[in-house]
Structures are given as C-alpha cells and as structure tokens.
Design a protein around this ligand. Structure first.
Ligand code: HEM
Length: 274
C-alpha cells in the first residue's frame, strides 16, 4: 500500500486508473450483495446509474424537514438523559431521520450500525448478513438496486455523520452551523479513503492499494465518488446540535475509537443543563 497526502486527493480521486476497492459478491440480501449493488464500490456505467439513483433519492428530501425531524428525535432521546450521545443519538438520529425520509420509519438503526461496521472491509459476520436482510425487509423485501441504493445511503450516513456530531460536541466550542463548518474544515471526520490501481500507475502495480488522505479542503471527498449527501449531512447534524444545546458541556477527556480512516469519539456522556 502507498499513502498519498491530502494535497493529492482531488487529483487522485479523479484518476481513471484508481478505482474503489473491488467488492466480492454474495447471495441476494447479504453484505456481498449490498456491496456489489451500490455506487460506492462500482465504476463506469454501473457507478453512474447507481449514483443517479442515490442523487434522486437525496434530491427528494426536504432539508428543513430533515433538520427539524433530527432535532425532534434528538430531543426525544434526551428525555432519557443522562446518556451517551454516541450510543443513543449521534448515529441513531441521523439514521432514523433518513429512514423516515426514505419511507421506512420503523427501520431498526441497530441493523444499519451492524452493516456500517463491515461495509468498507466486506468482513461479514453472520449477524451482518442478517442485518442486511432486515434492512431489505424494511424497504419492502426485494433485493434489487433501488433497495440497495436506500440501504447504501443509510450505511454511508451512519458513522460519518455521527463523527461530525460527536467531534463538534467534544470540541466544546459551540453547536451552531458555523461550528459544524469549522469542525469540517479543521478536523474533518473522514481522514482517508482507499483506491485500487486498475493499471500500473503512481508507483502501484495493478491491484495495488492507495491510501488517500483527506483534510478540511475536501472533507466530503472529491471526484466521481465524492459524497452526494453533504447537504443532508449538514441539515441533520444542525438539527441534532440544536437539541444538544440543552445538555451540559461534556467534561473530562474523550476517548476516540481506534479507526484508521475515521475520527469518532467512543462515547460522550452528557446530562441536561440544569
Ligand atoms: C459529515 C458527514 C459525512 C461525511 C464527512 C461524508 C464523507 C464522505 C466521503 C469522504 C465520501 C467519499 C468516499 C470515497 O471517495 O472513497 C463519501 C461518499 C458517500 N457518501 Fe458521504 N459523508 C457524510 C454523510 C453522508 C450522508 C448523510 C449521506 C447520505 C444521506 C452520504 C452518502 C454517501 C454516499 C452514497 C457515498 C458514495 C458515493 C459514490 O461512491 O458515488 N454521506 N462520503
């Protein structure tokens, strides 16, 4: 594997010879099926078609509804405070908000969390495939590309949006949209992504892996696979942060999960501001 700094990210993420890591297929309704049915790991015509499906679903969402619904759901969760924001709000509220917008209000966010944990590597445990099957069922039970696009949006949103919310709360500076923007600029949640060399390029043999670091100049990536959910992520994070203004600022050191490509607090325990 060769690592490249964030200054090379826009160029390398648009490089036609560097493609997402290949995904191994699996029976319909499994993690392998999901990974080989979404835009994230696809190239060429498959990618373009699936990307359009995802973009159409996102374009149909009203950003004000997302923001307000995220605030309401976070306020409801805070009725149980004291609680761990990362465990109860940062992942579950964005996922629930998006699931409602995608027409699956009863969907279990825990299934999305289980799938998200294995989505990038493809390392499926028995419970991973069961979680994918549960999500397919929540979207009507047909394991086809439109269903995969919906599940893909939830899975992509889960960890990165949680990280932005958690890091902004942990920074202690404020919870307004300007603070989210500063967080994205100064300490973006997604630290790197990977690509596989389709041909010999950039010192890589065909099949070799490039680790491409991201910084605050491109917190949502770049090129054909750049995040299509930026506006939705910001709307939801803004709503959640509005609700979190009611909690006392977290005190004490915050531990971070040991993830190579994502900066995300392991837990943030809060209580309501008296
Ligand atoms: C703060 C929150 C978020 C951050 C920082 C973020 C960041 C990123 C980045 C860096 C990529 C590119 C990965 C790569 O090139 O290898 C990406 C891809 C993607 N993101 Fe996000 N994301 C966030 C939230 C969301 C949300 C809320 C959604 C959907 C509602 C979403 C949907 C997607 C999808 C579908 C892709 C794959 C696009 C493709 O392969 O064509 N993301 N995201």
């Amino acid at each position: 594997m060769i690592s490249f700094g964030p200054d090379r990210a826009p160029e390398l993420l648009a490089h036609p010879g560097l493609v997402p890591p290949p995904a191994e297929s699996g029976p319909p309704g499994t993690l392998g099926w999901l990974r080989t049915s979404v835009a994230r790991f696809a190239t060429g015509g498959d990618h373009a078609r699936r990307r359009t499906q995802a973009a159409d679903l996102l374009a149909a969402m009203d950003l004000d509804v997302l923001r307000l619904r995220a605030e309401v759901l976070a306020c409801i969760a805070l009725e149980d405070a004291p609680l761990d924001v990362m465990d109860r709000i940062a992942r579950d509220v964005p996922v629930r908000t998006l699931a409602e917008a995608l027409g699956a209000p009863g969907l279990d966010p825990a299934a999305v969390r289980t799938v998200a944990a294995a989505y990038l590597t493809g390392d499926a445990a028995p419970e991973t495939d069961a979680a994918v099957a549960a999500l397919v069922a929540a979207f009507g039970g047909v394991p086809d590309e439109p269903t995969a696009a919906r599940i893909g949006l939830l899975v992509q949103a889960c960890e990165a949006t949680a990280a932005l919310i958690g890091n902004t709360l942990a920074a202690g500076g404020g919870l307004d949209p300007a603070d989210l923007a500063a967080q994205l600029r100064d300490d973006p949640p997604v630290k790197a992504t990977t690509r596989t060399a389709a041909t010999e390029t950039e010192g890589l043999r065909p099949g070799g892996t490039a680790r491409i670091e991201l910084d605050g100049t491109a917190p949502f990536g770049a090129g054909p696979h750049a995040c299509p959910g930026r506006d939705q992520a910001l709307a939801i994070a803004t709503g959640v942060c509005e609700a979190l203004k009611r909690v006392a600022p977290p005190t004490g050191p915050i531990a971070y999960e040991p993830r190579p490509n994502l900066r995300i607090p392991a837990s943030i325990h809060v209580r309501m501001d008296p």
